[in-house]
Design a protein around this ligand. Sequence first.
Ligand SMILES: [Ca+2]
Length: 174
Amino acid sequence: MRRLHLEVLKLEFHQFDVDAQTDSISMSDFALSIVSYASPQHLKKLVEKAQHIPKYEERVTFQQFYEFDQMIRTRLHDLGLAYKLYNSMSSGLDRTDFHRVVKAVTKTDLTKTQVDVIFDLFDINKDGHLNVDEFYAQVMKGRHSRGLDTPRDIGISEFFGHVVRCVKEAYDEA
Ligand SMILES: [Ca+2]
């Protein structure tokens, strides 16, 4: 099953304009791939945004594409809980905090440009912060429509404890 999923991902990746030498896609293609996880109700607006993000030199390799997919598939729920926790303390995460929380909670080390692209897409009010409605809600709702995994089968309190520990670690490292 995992192997099949890898093959499907490779097919998805190769729908974009892949540079054969570096096995990588442009940031605007990466933006479109992120949008494909979003809720259908937000899709049209997000695709338009993805097509108009700034030009970035940096490209996304298949490995990074794969890691991002894994993050959305398996860790988005954790990220959502962390987000709700943060939201009770502040109006959302700036780029630095977003990067730190994603890394702490999901172990995915996004590049600065990947974070920029996520903000280009989801920071609706352009205040430099992503709040829970802007990121988590837009992406999380779409996750179900794609028939992705249900939250991992562990107790919710254990789950929440794990997320709280991750967020605290992220704070301590700051
Ligand atoms: Ca915002």
